[in-house]
Design a protein around this ligand. Sequence first.
Ligand SMILES: [Zn+2]
Length: 435
Amino acid sequence: MTPHQYLFYAIQKKLHLDTVWYRYCFTVVRETDASKAKLYPGKLVQEPFGFFYIDDENKPVKIQTNQKTSEPLFGKNDPVTITKDWFPSLQETSLETTIGRLLVNLFIVEAFGSKLPYMNDKFSPSDVEGKIAPLVKSTPPEGSERDPKVFYVDEYVKFCEGVSFLENLSAIFSHSVSRVGVLPAPGRREFKQELLKKYEGKLTDPVEMSKFEEELSQYDNNYLKQDPAYGTFMKGKTAKSRSKLFMSQGGEANNFTGSMEVTPIIPALEDGIALDDKGFTASSNVIRFGSFARGAETVNGGVVSKGLNNAADNWVVIDGDCGSKLGITRVYTGSETYRLIGRTAIIDGKLVEIPDQETASKFDGKSVILRSPLYCKMESTRTCSKCAGPELSVFKKGVTIPLGEVSSGILLDSLKIMHDSSLTTTVMDLKSVLS
Ligand SMILES: [Zn+2]
C-alpha cells in the first residue's frame, strides 16, 4: 500500500476526526509500551525499519515509501491528487491539492455535507461563514425535510466544533519559533551602512525616516520569507518588532513638545541604547512618554465616555419620519457601502430608501446625502427613526450604548500608540474622509 492509499483508507475510517491520528501521521512519535499494545484498524505504526498500518484484521501491513523513518509520513503541504471517491462534491474528475487543505475541507463536509464545493485555496473560517451567512435558516424540527440549498444553524454549530477541533492541532501544524524567526537577516549591517549614505542628513525629517525604516524592514522581511511561520505567526507586530531589534530603533519624535522633527536612533536594540546626547535623550523621552502618557491618555477615553453619556442620557429615538430634507454628505467606497443598508438618501430633494447591498453598491465612490440625527426636525432630545437609521434605532432609549463605541475607539487609539508604534506614511483621500 502506498502512503496515498493509506491516507484514503484512514479517511474512510474517519480517523481524521481523532487528534491522535494526526500525531502519528504528522509528527515523529515515541510510543510507550501501553500505547504500542493498543492496536486498531487504520493506526499508523512508526518503526525504525519502516511505516506500517493496522488493517481490518488488526495485522500490521507495510506502507511502501522512501520516506525516512526519522521524519513524519505526511506533511500538511504534501501534494495529493483526489477524485470524487475522496470528496463527493468535487466538481473536477481529479484535483491536485495538499493534504492540509483536503483535511480542512473534510471538516466542512462533516458540517454541511456536500453543499459547499471543494476549496483549493488558502482560506479561513470567515471565508466559509461569508458563503453561508446569506443562506442560514433556523434548524427545522426533527424528522422534517431539509432544504439542500440552505444552511441550518445546527450545521453551523457543527462547523464551529470542527474549527475548535482544528485549533487543537496547532501544536502540530503552527510554527511559532523557528531558527529563521529568532535570528537576524545576514548582511543586515552592510545593507544599513549603504542605506545610511543614501539618507545622509535627511533622517530628522519624519517622512524620510519612515522611508528609511521601510527599506530596512523590507530587507528583514525578505529574509523572513524563508520562515515557515511567515504570514501566519510571523507578521504584523511580531515581524515589525524584529526591525527595531535587529535593524534600527528608528526615528523617535518628542511627543512632549509635539515637534514634527524626529531624532534618529540608528543602532538596533541588539546594539544597546544610544549613548550620544541626542539619542539618549530621545530614548529616555520615549520611555517616559510611554509610561506617563499611557496613563494620562487613558483618561481621554474615560472623559469622552462620560461626556457622551451625559449628553445622550435622556435621548430617545421615536419611530417615524420627521420629513427633514437635509442630511450629511459622505462618500462610501468599496466594502464601506454596506453601512448604507437601511439608511435613507436624499437625491434631488426626494427620499430614496437603500434596502439592500445591491442598491447600496450603486453609491460606491459617489457623494451621497444621508438623513442624519444632525438635521432631524424632532424637538427636544428626540430623533426620528428615519434620521437615526436602523443601527441607532435598535437603541431607542439607550443611545449611550452605541456611543460607547466612540469613546472606546479613542481609548484604543491612545493605547495602541504605546504598543510598538512605528512611523509610516499613507495616502489619504480627503474627499472621502472629510466629506
Ligand atoms: Zn428626523
